[in-house]
Design a protein around this ligand. Structure first.
Ligand SMILES: *[C@@H]1O[C@H](CO)[C@@H](O)[C@H](O)[C@H]1NC(C)=O
Ligand SMILES: *[C@@H]1O[C@H](CO)[C@@H](O)[C@H](O)[C@H]1NC(C)=O
Length: 291
C-alpha cells in the first residue's frame, strides 16, 4: 500500500477524536457531597412553597351521611328502608363553609368499601352495545343483567350500569337554591367515542330488583353524563365521582343546607357514603406562576 492511501485513512487530528478532552473527576469527599445536596435541596424550596400555598387555598367539605340518614326505627334493618318505595328518603344536612369557596365548586359523591373493580362486576358490560345502536342485542357479556325476564335485551346491559348511583343532592343557603350543573362532568372523549349518540336506554331497571338510578329513554347514552362518569370504573374501593358543579361563590361561614335523598343501598356490604365539595385548587398557584 502506498503512502498516500494510508494518509487518507488517518483521522484528522482533534482533541475529541484522540480522547484528549479535559475531564472533570470530582472526588466525592463528605463535605463536597453534603454541600451539593444542600444546594440542590435549596433550589427546590420555592417549588415546595408554591405547592404548599396552593394546597392551603383548597377548601373542602366532606359530610358522611349514610348512617345518620336512616330513621331510628329502621336502624337495625336499613335495607328494608331503602327498598320500601313509601319511606321518606330526604334527609337534611347542615354544612359549615370554613372559608370562602370560589366558583367553580366541584360536588362529588364518595363511596367507601365499594368494590367497583370486583371481577364479576367489572366485566358485566357490553362496550359494543354502548356505542353502536345495531349492537343492541350484544348482551352476552352482561350476566346477570343482560335480558329482561321475557328475553328482551337491556340497554345499557350489565351490572355496572344497573348499579348506577342514585342518591341526589339539593343545596341551598338562606332559603336560596344553589344550582348544581350536571353537564360537563364526563370526559369528552368518553362521550364522543364510547357512548353512542344514537343509542337510547331500553328496558333498563325494569326488573324485580332495582340496582340504582333509572335513565331517561329519550336521552341518548352519549348525553347521560352521570352514567358515563359511573361507568369509568374506579380501581380502588374508596373513590369519588363527580356529581356536578356549582357556578357561584359561597361565602365563608355560610351554612349550606343539603337535602340528601338517601336512595342508594350500600347497607348490605357496609359501604359508606359521603358528599364532598371542593373548590378547584390552584387560584393562588396560578397567580404565582403567571406573575
Ligand atoms: C339476540 O341474541 C339472542 C341470544 O344471544 C339470540 O337468541 C337472538 O336470535 C338474537 N336476536 C337477533 C335479532 O339477533
Ligand atoms: C336506588 O337504588 C337502590 C339500590 O341501590 C334501589 O333499591 C332503590 O329503589 C333506588 N331508588 C330510586 C329512587 O331510584
Amino acid at each position: 500500500m502506498d503512502q498516500k492511501n494510508k494518509n487518507a485513512k488517518k483521522p484528522t487530528y482533534s482533541k475529541f477524536s484522540q480522547q484528549e478532552l479535559p475531564a472533570w473527576k470530582p472526588i466525592l469527599t463528605p463535605g463536597w457531597v453534603i454541600a451539593t445536596f444542600l444546594t440542590i435541596g435549596a433550589l427546590f424550596i420555592p417549588v415546595g412553597l408554591v405547592a404548599l400555598s396552593a394546597s392551603d387555598t383548597v377548601v373542602e367539605i366532606i359530610d358522611r351521611y349514610d348512617e345518620e340518614c336512616i330513621p331510628d326505627v329502621y336502624s337495625t334493618n336499613p335495607e328494608s328502608f331503602i327498598q320500601n318505595p313509601a319511606t321518606e328518603k330526604t334527609c337534611v344536612r347542615s354544612l359549615r363553609v370554613p372559608k370562602k369557596m370560589v366558583a367553580p365548586i366541584f360536588v362529588y359523591y364518595q363511596l367507601e368499601n365499594f368494590y367497583q373493580n370486583h371481577r364479576r362486576f367489572v366485566k358485566s358490560r357490553s362496550d359494543k352495545q354502548l356505542r353502536d345502536p345495531e349492537a343492541y342485542n350484544d348482551t352476552h357479556t352482561c350476566f346477570p343483567q343482560a335480558r329482561t325476564s321475557d328475553g328482551k335485551p337491556i340497554v345499557p346491559c350489565g351490572l355496572i350500569a344497573w348499579s348506577l348511583f342514585n342518591d341526589t343532592y339539593r343545596l341551598s343557603t338562606r332559603g336560596k337554591e344553589i344550582a348544581i350543573d350536571k353537564k360537563g362532568i364526563a370526559w369528552k372523549s368518553d362521550m364522543k367515542a364510547k357512548f353512542g349518540s344514537d343509542v337510547y336506554p331500553k328496558d333498563f331497571q325494569k326488573g324485580e330488583l332495582i340496582g340504582g338510578a333509572k335513565l331517561d329513554e329519550k336521552v341518548p347514552l352519549s348525553e347521560q353524563e352521570n352514567l358515563i362518569v359511573w361507568m369509568r370504573t374506579a380501581a380502588l374501593p374508596n373513590f369519588r365521582k363527580l356529581y356536578g358543579k356549582i357556578d357561584v361563590d359561597i361565602e365563608a361561614h355560610e351554612t349550606i343546607k343539603a337535602e340528601v335523598e338517601n336512595n342508594y343501598n350500600t347497607y348490605k356490604f357496609g359501604g359508606r357514603r359521603s358528599s364532598f365539595f371542593r373548590q378547584r385548587p390552584g387560584s393562588a398557584a396560578k397567580m404565582i406562576f403567571s406573575g
